[in-house]
Design a protein around this ligand. Structure first.
Ligand SMILES: [Mg+2]
Length: 422
C-alpha cells in the first residue's frame, strides 16, 4: 500500500507552530518576487537549498525579519500599494474565498480581518527536513515529493488491513511532535494515493479500496500532474472525468509514451514505486521587476544573478555545460539564447559568457521586465570531455571559485562581488 502525506496549508500551519495566537483565525502567508538580491546595501544574505526535491526552488534569504508594511507595501507617488500574492492560506481564510496565488490586495478585500505574514522560508525548509527525517525513521521506503509532500510504500511491512491504523498513528505523531496537521491518502497505486489526499483534506485520512469506483466522477483536472495540453485534448474528445478517461484507453495509447503513462497512472496500473531522491537537472533563478531601460543596470542584474547561480553550482559540485539566458521585455517581447560551453565551470567564466550572450540578444531601447538564467547539462566525468585548450586556466579559476564559495558560506553571499556587478 502507498501513503501520500501532505501538510495542510503548510506555510500557514508552519507559522502557527511558532505563534499559537494564529490558531483558529483567518490567516495566510504571502510572498513577492524577491528583488532584494539587486539591492546594493544588503548584508548577511544566505542560500538555502537543503531540500533536494526536484520541485523545491532554491531560496536566498536574509536573517532580518520584516513587518507586513515593510515587506508588502510600496508607496508609489504617495499612494499605498499592497504587492505580492498569497502562497498559503488557512482554512478559516479559505472559507471567505481566499485562494493560493491570489493577489494579497484582492484577498484582503474578501477577508479584511485576515492576518498576512511575510514568508519565512528558513522555517519551512527546516520543518520540511525534520519531517523527512521523521518519515525515514517511520516508513521503510519514503520519497520527498515536494516541500510539504511525501510518498511512502509500506507493502510487505504493514498488512493491508492495518495501514489505516498506521496512518492515523503517523498523523497523530506528526501533530504532537511538530505541531503540523497532515492529511493522508492511501491506495494500492502511488498516484491514486496522491489523488486520495485531496479527498482527505483537511486533517483527514482517505483510503481508496475500489480505484475504478473512486475515480469515476473525479474531474480530469484534479489528477496530479495532468498538464494543460492533455486537459485540452481530453476536453476536445468530451472527456471530463477520470472514469470517462479510463474508458478511452485507445485514445491515450495514440498519444504514445506520455499518454500511456498518464493512462496507467489514472487507472492505478502504473506499477511505479518510490523514487530515490530526484537529481536536480538544472540550476537557475528568475526575477520579475518594473521595466528597466538602462542596459548597464540590466547587465549588472544579470551579473548578480550569475553570482547566486555560481554559488549554487559550486555548492552542488556539478559542472554545467549549457548556459541559458532569457530576457522578457515589456509588451510581451522576449529573447533567449543557449550556449554550450565544454569547460570547467567557474564564476568568472560564467559571467564572461553571459556578458557576450547579453550583448548578442539585447534589444536596445526596450524595457526589460524579467530575467531568467539557468545552467544545465551537468557532465559527470567532466575532465575527459572538456576542452584541453583552456584546461589549466579553468582549473585555476575553479579553485578560486571554490575558495570564494567558502567565504560566502561563512559571511553571506554579498561578501565578495566582482567588478562587473558594481
Ligand atoms: Mg500541502
Amino acid at each position: 500500500m502507498f501513503l501520500h502525506i501532505d501538510i495542510d496549508s503548510f506555510f500557514a500551519s508552519a507559522e502557527r507552530t511558532v505563534d499559537p495566537s494564529l490558531d483558529g483565525i483567518p490567516m495566510a502567508v504571502g510572498s513577492r518576487s524577491n528583488l532584494e538580491i539587486f539591492e546594493k546595501e544588503r548584508i548577511g544574505v544566505r542560500l538555502m537549498d537543503d531540500n533536494k526535491g526536484a520541485f523545491v526552488a532554491p531560496v536566498f534569504y536574509s536573517d532580518r525579519e520584516k513587518t507586513f508594511e515593510e515587506y508588502f507595501v510600496d508607496i508609489i507617488e504617495g499612494e499605498r500599494k499592497i504587492r505580492g500574492i498569497i502562497t498559503s492560506a488557512s482554512y478559516e481564510a479559505r472559507a471567505c474565498g481566499v485562494k493560493t496565488a491570489m493577489p494579497i490586495a484582492q484577498a484582503l478585500k474578501r477577508c479584511p480581518e485576515m492576518i498576512v505574514i511575510p514568508s519565512h522560508y528558513r522555517l519551512y525548509h527546516t520543518l520540511s527536513q525534520r519531517l523527512y527525517h521523521y518519515m525515514q525513521r517511520k516508513i521503510p521506503k519514503v520519497e520527498q515529493f515536494s516541500i510539504d509532500e511525501f510518498f511512502g510504500d509500506v507493502s510487505g511491512w504493514i498488512a493491508d488491513e492495518n495501514v489505516t491504523a498506521f496512518a492515523k498513528k503517523v498523523q497523530a505523531e506528526i501533530k504532537a511532535e511538530f505541531g503540523l496537521p497532515v492529511s493522508i491518502g492511501i491506495a494500492r497505486a502511488k498516484w491514486i494515493a496522491k489523488l486520495a489526499t485531496e479527498s482527505a483534506k483537511p486533517y483527514g485520512i482517505y483510503r481508496v479500496e475500489d480505484i475504478d469506483a473512486y475515480i469515476e466522477t473525479i474531474p480530469i483536472e484534479a489528477f496530479p500532474g495532468i498538464g494543460k495540453g492533455f486537459q485540452r485534448r481530453l476536453k476536445e474528445h468530451y472527456i471530463t472525468t477520470l472514469g470517462e478517461a479510463k474508458r478511452n484507453r485507445a485514445l491515450f495509447y495514440r498519444w504514445k509514451k506520455p499518454g500511456i503513462q498518464l493512462y496507467k497512472r489514472i487507472t492505478g496500473t502504473d506499477g511505479e514505486g518510490i523514487a530515490s531522491r530526484p537529481e536536480r537537472k538544472s540550476i537557475g533563478i528568475s526575477r520579475t521587476f518594473d521595466a528597466i531601460y538602462d542596459t548597464e543596470e540590466i547587465r549588472r542584474r544579470i551579473m548578480i544573478m550569475a553570482r547566486h547561480i555560481a554559488h549554487m553550482v559550486m555548492e552542488k559540485e556539478v559542472n554545467p555545460t549549457s548556459y541559458y539566458l532569457k530576457i522578457n521585455y515589456a509588451e510581451g517581447m522576449k529573447v533567449k539564447r543557449t550556449e554550450n560551453i565544454n569547460r570547467i565551470f567557474s564564476e568568472g567564466l560564467f559571467k564572461s559568457v553571459l556578458i557576450k550572450m547579453y550583448k548578442g540578444i539585447s534589444v536596445p531601447h526596450a524595457g526589460a521586465v524579467k530575467l531568467s538564467i539557468n545552467v544545465s547539462g551537468f557532465s559527470q566525468r567532466q575532465h575527459k570531455t572538456l576542452s584541453l585548450l583552456s584546461y589549466s586556466a579553468d582549473i585555476y579559476a575553479r579553485r578560486l571559485s571554490t575558495e570564494v564559495r567558502k567565504l560566502r558560506e561563512k559571511f553571506g553571499l554579498d561578501i565578495i562581488k566582482t567588478a562587473n556587478e558594481l
